[in-house]
Design a protein around this ligand. Structure first.
Ligand code: SF4
Ligand code: SF4
Length: 239
């Protein structure tokens, strides 16, 4: 996002609308820190500028990733999903997505106010890759940037910053404790906040082995029922 200096009157009305706090007034001049800007367009979409001074430049090269991951009004070109580009298991329909005995794991990096560099996303992806027995979620924009199954991302994207990004893998439920341990080990290397969620099918007795494994490994869980269940969608076939 850029400010047309021939129009801007430095009123500062756009400042509170930036989720990255990267519009700032210095010495009376309002400026955007382009290294921190994630191209989400929230400032312009707020329509508060009295001079229509905010405008999007043509995003060149890897910078376009910022808007693909951060602008909720853009549909990701690779996955066809708006927002963060993936139908993450936490809030979307998981019917038929996981076979019994498996779990999907989401690691959600970045939040308004902090965002995330893709190098931090790579750090987490590489930590959990050894446990991704069934791979990284293929319809996920982070996966689309990977160069191999180790979770390594393209070198040229690592410094790009996004509002958030989600690493998604599918594991055996028995490996949940090991996955959480792997994430714990790298958390000090990650310069942003993140949350971890996992989802899967209940056993026939309505137990959820992944939850038991995580609790035995010493993790405190916050179970919730936010996940949607689809109507008329076939369940994943058991092997
Ligand atoms: S595009 Fe988003 S991150 Fe960039 S200045 Fe505007 S609100 Fe802030
Ligand atoms: S609202 Fe518009 S005129 Fe005011 S500081 Fe922001 S860009 Fe400049």
């Amino acid at each position: 996002m850029l400010i047309d200096k021939t129009k801007c009157v430095n009123c500062g009305q756009c400042i509170p609308y930036c989720p990255m706090a990267c519009i700032q007034k210095k010495d009376g001049i309002v400026q955007i820190d382009l290294d921190e800007c994630v191209e989400c367009e929230a400032c312009r979409n707020a329509r508060v500028c009295p001079r229509d001074a905010l405008y999007m430049q043509k995003l060149e090269g890897t910078r376009i990733l910022r808007s693909q991951f951060s602008n909720p009004l853009i549909t990701h070109p690779k996955t066809g999903v708006p927002g963060r580009g993936t139908e993450e298991m936490k809030t979307n329909d998981v019917t038929g997505r996981f076979k019994r005995g498996r779990a999907g794991v989401c690691i959600e990096l970045g939040r308004p106010g902090t965002g995330t560099r893709l190098k931090d996303v790579q750090t987490v992806a590489m930590a959990v890759a050894p446990y991704a027995k069934y791979g990284f979620e293929p319809h996920n924009p982070v996966t689309a940037l990977m160069v191999d199954a180790t979770g390594k991302l393209r070198e040229d994207v690592l410094q790009e910053k996004t509002l958030s990004a989600i690493v998604e893998i599918e594991v055996d439920q028995k490996d949940i404790g090991a996955v959480l341990d792997a994430i714990s080990k790298v958390q000090k290397d990650v310069d942003t906040v993140f949350s971890v969620d996992f989802a899967g099918r209940l056993e026939r007795d309505e137990s959820f082995p992944a939850k038991i494994v995580a609790q035995k490994a010493g993790y405190k869980l916050s179970p919730n029922g936010k996940t949607n269940v689809g109507l008329g969608k076939p369940l994943a076939k058991e092997e």
